[in-house]
Design a protein around this ligand. Structure first.
Ligand SMILES: *Cc1c(COP(=O)(O)O)cnc(C)c1O
Length: 379
């Protein structure tokens, strides 16, 4: 028997309370059984997003939310700026180009974080830039970009909006939508929200809604102005993912029970322990600055293939972590501490890494990473 442990940066494990809620017989999306659930989930999302803005719910994975933040707010040839420091930053560029935007990039070396001054300079030199696209947590490199500093810069510009892909950051980070003035923020169900894949969330500020009035790109399924009208009446335009929304309502209730501050603190504590444990094994983080509290990206030791480490964790020990993406493929492996994650998920991950590296002939002192984590995680 091989017991399975899911420690990937999405999909993430699902709490039993949420699984049970989703196991109930299906109800109709226009029924009075469902409307209060949708209303409650809608308010719960606003709580998690720390916003009074609309937070719309889309039936798609996170990328659908990314796409809808392009085709609902921009017109062909619009100039936008993408912070590209990883696989998901690259995705912003690809989506923008697919929709005919004039995409300019700030390329950030993988493993590093964007310098807000550089963004400020580009915007100052080119007031025609209508949108700045960034990841909060760049999952492919395990780096957190300073969203607070970026929002401070963009909110000064009356014709530019900030679009944040917070798909792996939501619930892991204190992202203050209203206080900081984040115009658009995207989440996904299968990460910090402890749900199966299939929902995307998108908050929209008044400034962004204004921009949407002039946006000429085609839209039908992802038409956010229409979604907004429907959600105001606690409805969805089309048949929605009823089961996932029932789960969403439950998972937000669990987060509310814990308290927002404690949720963030838990992610911070777990991430810190994971990083220190990895270093205690003589390994190096791939993130050279601002390592993410959602996922830890680890450089494979010299001579070892990151994909092999990932594969061995899975095949030998039942631990699904993650390998590298894009240019980091083979060079790194990643472990998540996101969503329904607690102390012993870190212990399992670190213990698994110690055992796999030993199997692969890399010298580690068994138990030394685990001991480091235990010391940091003692209650
Ligand atoms: C997971 C993830 C996505 C979206 O991926 P989907 O597979 O479409 O859900 C986008 N951005 C980041 C930073 C992610 O971690």
């Amino acid at each position: 028997m091989l017991k399975k442990y899911l420690l990937a940066p999405g999909p993430t494990p699902i709490p039993p309370e949420v699984l049970l809620a989703m196991a109930m017989p299906i109800i109709h999306h226009r029924s009075t059984d469902f409307i209060p659930v949708l209303e409650s989930a809608k308010k719960g999302l606003q709580w998690l997003y720390q916003t009074k803005n609309d937070v719309l719910i889309l039936c798609s994975t996170g990328t659908g939310g990314m796409v809808s933040s392009v085709n609902n707010f921009f017109s062909p040839q619009d100039k936008v700026l993408v912070i590209n420091g990883g696989n998901f930053g690259e995705r912003w560029t690809k989506i923008g180009q697919a929709y005919g935007l004039n995409v300019q990039e700030i390329k950030v070396e993988w493993g590093h974080t964007v310098k807000p001054d550089e963004v400020e300079m580009v915007l100052k030199n080119d007031p025609g830039i209508k949108g700045v696209f960034v990841q909060a947590s760049e999952t492919s490199t395990g780096v957190y970009h300073d969203i607070r500093a970026l929002s401070r810069i963009v909110r000064e510009k009356s014709n530019t909006i900030l679009i944040v892909d917070a798909i792996s950051a939501l619930a892991a980070y204190d992202l203050r939508t209203d206080e900081w003035g984040i115009d658009i923020m995207i989440g996904g169900s299968q990460k910090g929200l402890m749900l199966p894949p299939g929902l995307a969330f998108i908050s929209v500020s008044e400034k962004a809604w204004k921009m949407s009035q002039d946006a000429k790109l085609p839209k039908f399924y992802f038409n956010l102005r229409k979604e907004r009208e429907a959600l105001a009446k606690n409805q969805t335009r089309f048949t929605t993912a009823v089961t996932l929304i029932i789960g969403l309502d439950e998972s937000i209730k669990l987060l509310q029970k814990e308290g927002l501050g404690k949720v963030f603190k838990r992610h911070e504590t777990l991430a810190h322990a994971a990083r220190e444990a990895v270093k205690a094994l003589g390994l190096e983080l791939y993130s050279k600055e601002s390592p993410s509290n959602a996922v830890t990206a680890i450089l494979a030791p010299k001579g070892l293939d990151g994909q092999e480490i990932y594969k061995n964790l899975k095949d030998k020990y039942g631990i699904t972590a993650a390998g590298g993406q894009g240019q980091a493929k083979g060079k790194i492996f990643r472990i998540a501490h996101l969503g329904y994650a607690d102390i012993f998920d870190i212990i399992i991950a670190i213990s698994g890494i110690e055992m796999v590296l030993t199997n692969m002939g890399y010298p580690v002192k068994l138990g030394s990473g685990v001991a480091t984590a235990e010391k940091l995680l003692l209650k």
